[in-house]
Write a protein that binds this ligand. Sequence first.
Ligand SMILES: Nc1ncnc2c1ncn2[C@@H]1O[C@H](COP(=O)(O)OP(=O)(O)OP(=O)(O)O)[C@@H](O)[C@H]1O
Ligand SMILES: [Mg+2]
Length: 316
Amino acid sequence: MKIVTLTLNPALDKSTEVERMAPESKLRCSALRYDAGGGGINVSKGVARLGGQSVAVFPAGGMNGQRLRSLLDQAGIETDVLETQEETRESYAVRETSTNHQFRFTPPGAPLTDDEAERCLARVGQLKPDWLVASGSLPPGLPETYYERVAAFAKQIGAKLILDTSGPALQAAADEGLYLLKPNLAELSALAGVNKLEMNQVDDAAMDIIAKGMCEVVVVSLGPRGALLVTRNGFEHIPAPTVEKRTTVGAGDSMVAGMVWALSQRKPLREMAQWGVACGTAATMGAGTELFQRADAERLLQWIQQYGERYRFLDF
Ligand SMILES: Nc1ncnc2c1ncn2[C@@H]1O[C@H](COP(=O)(O)OP(=O)(O)OP(=O)(O)O)[C@@H](O)[C@H]1O
Ligand SMILES: [Mg+2]
């Protein structure tokens, strides 16, 4: 089954490390590292980590755009790129090694026109995906509601849409309806129209979203607490193993990668969510910009499945 990812606001991620951040003085840092970044692109990288295939669709321009493409080419990830006039943005991350603090600078992104976004969608259509993952923020220039259009387009081409975004972009797409949402607690609270949901309200809030026809499946990600899988038929908590957390950068994207890969392998929903938690948690074990190691994810999956076996009440 074919996976396509859509990243409307990609970035060339640059990262480095310093021992200690300090104002004024010259900070000696390690050589810059370049990574291809942006929600959907990260998901494509995660899918590749699991031995799967996907096509990453995104707009790219200028030198940064070229570098982004060649990084993905080198990693053996198939791309379908829309050339744009505007230079692709670059983001910076500095890890302070003495504290393990991450300082992340994220510029807004290259503006994209409606016409360019439509051309990206047309490419997606030509690829005939079974699974479409749209992830990340929207670039300046597009209406905040653009993912609503993406959701409508996915229906039109018969692709199941998995969306991972936040704020008005998420709300608009949910109003149109799609297959799977992966909100974190803050995003789910916003969708439910409340300030902050308590843990015991999460299942009801997710069920409510499904009842309103916004999506068929919700996987609420709960950070170190794992995730809650919710469908029309019920819900199940997938615990996250306790690991020595080094960074949470890329946890959400890794989780989505694990989920869409499992779906493309026709795994049942429970196992899909388990793969999501395994890959998300595996991503927290590395210090660098790598998403996760497959061996870590496989080991965590085993733990989740053995542990989950003892707490299984519902069948999906
Ligand atoms: N501290 C942690 N310990 C173990 N697992 C974690 C931790 N933080 C995140 N995870 C794993 O990663 C998954 C996704 O994390 P989280 O709920 O923080 O998503 P998110 O808020 O969307 O993250 P992102 O900032 O990447 O968008 C979790 O469901 C869990 O499996
Ligand atoms: Mg997230």
